[in-house]
Write a protein that binds this ligand. Structure first.
Ligand SMILES: [Zn+2]
Length: 117
């Protein structure tokens, strides 16, 4: 196996791996993806869902929205002093208000600043 680093920044690494089977490369990719800290939508409370999508489908789609965050501003839930219960140091609340018919974009979700001390 030969690994060549092609480029490296603070947020990305581009590399070339040679001499391995595709299955091993895919497993390597999956392991690396699992080690990257991510923030995603986990709970969705609806006041009113007037869209054509039912609540479960809409929540599933929102769970796939990539959320950018400053990893220094939040703790991993498992490492937080709240011991995984959830607090403003390891969670963020987002609010989405939209009246249609209209297209809804992930950038329209606003942080609920009241959830932060
Ligand atoms: Zn916490």
């Amino acid at each position: 196996m030969k690994i060549q680093i092609l480029s490296k920044t603070d947020s990305s690494v581009k590399f070339l791996v040679e001499g391995i089977k595709p299955q091993f490369a895919n497993e390597l990719r999956r392991i690396m993806m699992g080690e990257i800290p991510t923030m995603a939508i986990e709970w969705v409370d609806y006041v009113k869902n007037g869209s054509v999508l039912n609540d479960e489908i809409l929540a599933n789609r929102m769970g796939h929205v990539p959320l950018k965050f400053d990893k220094r501003a939040y703790n991993m839930t498992k490492d937080c002093k709240c011991e995984g219960k959830g607090c403003s140091l390891c969670q963020v609340k987002l609010i989405l208000k939209k009246k249609g018919p209209a297209m809804v974009y992930s950038g329209e979700m606003l942080r609920n600043w009241n959830s932060r001390p």
